[in-house]
Design a protein around this ligand. Structure first.
Ligand code: SF4
Length: 325
């Protein structure tokens, strides 16, 4: 793409360091071998290696299970400046080096014009990685401020406007996939948000076709835990841009659900099982009348047969007929 920014954008806003990480372990990019001499000794290096392997394995599995990326795909990696999207980009870059299929990666950030947004941070970081990127500038902040009454959370509208702009950009620039940094815990939180407050059994799919069919969204971190991502981001010392520049508070309901899930982590396997349930749905065991025409349900018993309650099958009612069969 010829419109990818390669020149420096004026620095401004809050000071977020884009200095090279001080930690030698953090200087390694996933997919490359780690530096041999890390402070803290070999154990620390081993732990980081294990963490990288686990993240990469989970990303690889999610991509395979949901057929997220194929030959010739042009993937737009949405980079917000948070730990999740930085990790996503690292993982996809590592995968790109080893995958048997060829695909293109372009990092895209949306500058929503929040006051104090450090607009130099991501371009400097991405230039350092040497990968193509673009910055979409849209003043959605003013729109949100105008529409949402003071004191109310702005995240809902802000996210919708961001999504609309990103979808439009992907379509105009021929991207075949839009990669987002949502992880397993985001998915579970959304499931409970919808359950507790929306009266719906719904979460965030690892792969989504937009309503108008014009875009495909993928979430390659769907199998990764937030804890792993946070640990990885801490070692990599990403230049994090906080999502609180706009002054909006995190939604109270989401905070409560996060606290509930944190408490549940004391019960081994519970959160993992909830995620397994998300991928193992039995629609016929639920009560959505838009999925099944309950009125038309009818008996399908074979004629002259009776139920074998032990085997759960039908047997012929006449023993002589059974013999002959
Ligand atoms: S915290 Fe601010 S920038 Fe982030 S989603 Fe909410 S309103 Fe938008």
């Amino acid at each position: 793409m010829n419109n990818h920014k390669s020149a420096a954008r004026p620095a401004g806003g809050i000071a977020v360091s884009v200095q090279p990480p001080r930690d030698p372990v953090a200087t390694s990019i996933v997919g490359e071998s780690l530096p041999a001499k890390a402070p803290g000794g070999a154990a620390r290096k081993r732990n980081f290696d294990k963490l990288c392997k686990r993240l990469r394995r989970n990303v690889g599995r999610a991509i395979e299970d949901y057929h997220m990326i194929g030959e010739g795909d042009r993937v737009m990696v949405c980079l917000s400046g948070g730990k999740d999207s930085y990790t996503l980009l690292d993982m996809l870059l590592a995968l790109q080096k080893k995958a048997p299929v060829r695909f293109e990666l372009v990092a895209v950030n949306m500058d929503q014009k929040q006051p104090g947004f450090p607009e130099h941070v991501l371009p400097e970081y991405l230039r350092g990685l040497g990968i193509p990127f673009d910055v979409i500038e849209r003043d959605t902040y003013s729109v949100v401020k105008r529409v949402i009454p003071e004191g109310n959370t702005m995240c809902g509208l802000c996210s919708r406007l961001r999504r609309g702009n990103l979808y439009g950009y992907a379509e105009r620039h021929g991207f075949t996939k839009i990669a987002l940094g949502h992880h397993r815990d985001d998915i579970i939180e959304t499931l409970f948000l919808n359950l507790f407050h929306g009266g719906r059994l719904a979460a965030m799919p690892p792969k989504l076709q937009s309503d108008d069919g014009k875009n495909l969204v993928i979430r390659p971190l769907a199998y990764c835990s937030e804890e792993d991502i946070a640990d990885y981001a801490a070692v990599r010392e990403f230049p994090i841009i906080p999502c609180t520049l706009c002054g909006s508070q995190e939604h109270l309901q989401r905070k409560q659900i996060k606290a509930m899930l944190k408490e549940w982590r004391r019960h081994p396997g519970r959160v993992e099982n909830i995620f397994r349930a998300f991928t193992n749905i039995a629609p016929s065991q639920l009560g959505d009348s838009t999925l099944f025409d309950f009125e038309r349900f009818e008996l399908r018993r074979p004629e002259n047969a009776e139920a074998d309650t032990i085997r759960g099958t039908w047997v012929h009612a006449d023993p002589r007929a059974r013999k002959g069969s």
